[in-house]
Every structure is written in structure tokens, then in C-alpha cells.
Write a protein of this length. Structure first.
Ligand SMILES: NC(=O)c1ccc[n+]([C@@H]2O[C@H](COP(=O)([O-])OP(=O)(O)OC[C@H]3O[C@@H](n4cnc5c(N)ncnc54)[C@H](OP(=O)(O)O)[C@@H]3O)[C@@H](O)[C@H]2O)c1
Length: 274
């Protein structure tokens, strides 16, 4: 697919990462417009990307095929007010805003195709996974545009909007679970005599390598785990402790709590007067 022209509204961590990813993926600076009212940040982004920056949404987004909205949920009302009256149904809104339901955008932007997404922070280094869900006016061609754009910062999965709370709990919040596991591995590695830097390199690369194995292998995580854990061995000793402590149940409860919190935040966002 040809590279669509893109406006990014909200050039913070996620919007900035996406702009950088798009440039890495072959977009030219002329094809990307950054909407940023705060001039020092705009100047920084111009220097970093070579893209044009504009202070207000109007002039920035009028001719762009895809408008990416990457503001914090609490800033959604003024951002939507800017987009309403400027965006038209021949454009696509790709919303990276956590928790805000598609219905909120569709209420403000009559007939505009909306694709709601849940990225995760490894997007900052092009290693993210983003789930995206189509709104009522988003046809296959709009989804294709959104997927093309989001693929610049990692892998993309298409889901129903009702699945986004589960996605948030698994991959949106998920990097933090891996960091916690790494923290615990490093702390005990240091107690066992490793220096902290070496322990961190060992833990980080191990988690990365295990992720790559899961992605590359036909086998399930359970099968891969059983293969590492020979009876009576060191891994089996570790897994037995995890099992006795209810590790699987704790992680399950944690993911459930994240999904529940995501539902609450979504309900609050849907009920907020915009
Ligand atoms: N970072 C993550 O890990 C992550 C993961 C999943 C989803 N998300 C979602 O991605 C979205 C963006 O998060 P972030 O971490 O990138 O936040 P961020 O770093 O705070 O970036 C948001 C940016 O939007 C700008 N902004 C606010 N209102 C605007 C408006 N009306 N027009 C133009 N720009 C505006 C902000 O500018 P000012 O600073 O000047 O207000 C800021 O630069 C959030 O909804 C978040 O939930 C983030």
C-alpha cells in the first residue's frame, strides 16, 4: 500500500515514537505533519524529525489521509473539539488514547472512520505490539491504512473493540509485568554474587530471548517451559517454588485487575461530558 499522508496530534512519548517509526519505515518528513502548540517542543521535534509542525489542528490535518490522535485521556475533550469541524469522512482517525471508547469519537466526528488502538511502550524502539479495533464507519480500506501506519512501530493485531480491555491487561500493561520479573531475578542474582549490570544484562536478554522463542516456535509456552525443566534439575527447583507460591494464579489475578481497571476507565471516559 502507498504511504498515506499523516498528521500526528499530540507529539509526546507515543506520538513522537510513531513519528520516528514512520520515518524509519520510509515515510518522508514531508508526508508527516506534527500538531504541537508548545513551540519549544515543536522546535525539538522539527530538529529531531525534519517534519513540519503546526500549532493548531485546522491547518495541520485538513489534507492528511490519516490523523493519529495521541493525547492523554484527560486531554481528549479539547483535542476532539479541535478535530470536530475539520476532519471529514474521507480521512481516518487512528486513536492511541487509552480507555476512550470509539463512540466518544463518533459522537463528535460525524461519519469519520475511527480506528481505536492500544499500543505498548516497546513501540518507542519499534518493538511494540498494537491492537486495533474498527469503529462503525471504518471499512477494510481504513483498517488497512491504520495497520500500515501502526506497523511502523511494531506488530499489529486486529480485534473487536470489546476485546481492548483484555488487550490492555495483557500487552498494554504487560511490559511492567516483565520488568517486575526482571527486577526480582536481578535482585536475587546480585544476592547470589553477580554484579548488578551483569545480572540485568542476563535477565533482560533472557526475557527477550524467551519472547523470541515463543514467537518463533510452534510449541506453546507450556511445552517450551517443560523442555527447559528436566526432572530434578535447577529449573524444576525454581518452578516448584513458583508453583507452591501460586505464581500462575497471582499473575492471572493481576491481569484480571488490569482488565477491570481498563473497563472502569472506559466507562468513566464514555460518561464524561465531551
Ligand atoms: N506511553 C505509554 O506507555 C502508552 C501505552 C499505551 C497507550 N498509551 C496512550 O497513548 C496516549 C499518549 O500517551 P503518551 O505517553 O504519549 O503521553 P504524553 O507523552 O503526555 O503525550 C501527549 C502529548 O499530547 C499533547 N497534547 C495534549 N493535548 C493536545 C492537543 N489538544 N493538541 C495537540 N497536542 C496535545 C501533549 O502536550 P503537552 O505536554 O503540552 O500537554 C503531549 O505532548 C495516551 O492516551 C496513553 O494512554 C500510552
Amino acid at each position: 500500500m502507498d504511504r498515506p499522508s499523516i498528521a500526528v496530534v499530540g507529539v509526546g512519548a507515543m506520538g513522537g515514537a510513531l513519528a520516528s517509526g514512520l520515518l524509519r519505515a520510509g515515510w518522508t518528513p514531508e508526508e508527516i505533519t506534527l500538531v504541537e502548540a508548545y513551540e519549544p517542543r515543536a522546535a525539538e521535534m522539527r530538529a529531531a524529525t525534519g517534519c513540519r509542525t503546526v500549532a493548531g489542528a485546522d491547518e495541520g490535518i485538513r489534507r492528511q489521509e490519516v490523523v493519529v490522535l495521541a493525547v492523554k485521556p484527560q486531554d481528549i475533550a479539547p483535542a476532539l473539539a479541535q478535530l470536530a469541524g475539520v476532519m471529514t469522512p474521507d480521512q481516518v482517525l487512528v486513536a492511541l488514547v487509552a480507555g476512550v471508547p470509539i463512540s466518544v469519537y463518533e459522537r463528535s466526528l460525524a461519519g469519520v472512520p475511527v480506528v481505536r488502538t492500544m499500543p505498548n511502550t516497546p513501540a518507542l524502539i519499534g518493538e511494540g505490539i498494537t491492537a486495533c479495533a474498527p469503529g462503525a464507519y471504518a471499512e477494510a480500506r481504513h483498517m488497512a491504512l491504520a495497520l500500515t501506519v501502526l506497523a511502523a512501530v511494531g506488530e499489529v493485531e486486529e480485534v473487536e473493540e470489546s476485546m481492548l480491555d483484555a488487550v490492555t491487561a495483557v500487552s498494554g500493561s504487560g511490559p511492567a509485568y516483565a520488568y517486575l520479573l526482571a527486577e526480582a531475578m536481578v535482585a536475587e542474582g546480585v544476592r547470589q554474587g553477580l554484579d548488578p549490570d551483569t545480572a540485568l544484562r542476563l535477565a533482560a536478554r533472557t526475557i527477550e530471548g524467551a519472547g523470541a522463542m515463543m514467537a518463533a516456535s510452534e510449541e506453546s509456552p507450556a511445552e517450551l517451559r517443560r523442555k527447559v525443566a528436566s526432572p530434578g534439575g535447577t529449573t524444576a527447583a525454581a518452578l516448584a517454588v513458583m508453583d507452591r507460591a501460586g505464581f500462575t494464579g497471582v499473575v492471572g489475578n493481576a491481569v484480571e485487575a488490569a482488565a477491570e481497571r481498563s473497563r472502569q476507565l472506559g466507562a468513566e471516559a464514555a460518561g464524561r461530558k465531551l
